[in-house]
Design a protein around this ligand. Structure first.
Ligand SMILES: C[S@@+](CC[C@H](N)C(=O)[O-])C[C@H]1O[C@@H](n2cnc3c(N)ncnc32)[C@H](O)[C@@H]1O
Length: 193
């Protein structure tokens, strides 16, 4: 899968219609970057007979990346608080019976459906998201800036809450993946206990 999948293009169009930025511009929630989407697709492709959960659907860009790559016998549940974004995502993903878009609080809704093989936590706390994973399941969080790309005086150089969590929680074996643009990174961890 080299190009951007058609379903992801549809989700981008939905984002444009709602004025949701395709990349972070500081005005509010934005879509996941293509580098993140592609990484999610790689992990989703390995979820044979598996289940994927997403906290914070937005208009469905990340979900579209995962749905475009996941095996036929895999299911994806994605939850969004905002009713307008949830409705837009439901429309984008309507033709894929493996995907369920729920309007509500992701922790409540996904806890009822856990455990998952892969969780993309894009709207909420990582610590609670780990509880949604089966042992061996993977947690992904984006919107991290590589240390090398941070200003010299940024407090995030030494104290980033997301890194702090991923690298100290004993339930996770984790690493940071710097995206090809070298300006953004994500954190991924496998639950081992
Ligand atoms: C960065 S956006 C999501 C982008 C999306 N995952 C993508 O791949 O394009 C974060 C979203 O999380 C939603 N959100 C925040 N807290 C949430 C919660 N507790 N449950 C469900 N959605 C939540 C926000 O309304 C927002 O739309």
């Amino acid at each position: 899968m080299g190009d951007v999948p058609p379903l992801v293009m549809r989700a981008f169009e939905a984002a444009d219609e709602l004025g949701m930025p395709r990349t972070q511009d500081g005005t509010g929630p934005s879509c996941c970057l293509p580098g993140v989407g592609r990484f999610l697709a790689v992990l989703a492709a390995g979820c044979v007979g598996g289940r994927i959960g997403e906290l914070g659907t937005g208009v469905g860009v990340g979900a579209a990346w995962m749905a475009s790559a996941m095996p036929a016998d895999c299911e994806l549940v994605t939850v969004e608080l905002d009713p307008v974004r949830a409705a837009a995502a439901r429309k984008v993903l309507a033709d894929d019976a493996r995907v369920e878009v729920i309007r509500g609080d992701a922790f409540d809704e996904l806890a009822r459906r856990a455990p998952f093989d892969l969780v993309f936590a894009d709207g909420g706390q990582s610590a609670r998201a780990v509880e949604l994973l089966r042992i061996g399941g993977r947690l992904v969080v984006d919107d991290v800036t590589p240390v090398e790309a941070l200003p010299a005086d940024s407090p995030y150089r030494t104290n980033d809450p997301k890194r702090g969590f991923f690298f100290t929680d004993s339930r996770l074996v984790a690493t940071e993946v710097v995206l090809p643009d070298l300006r953004n990174s994500l954190l991924v961890g496998t639950r081992v206990r």
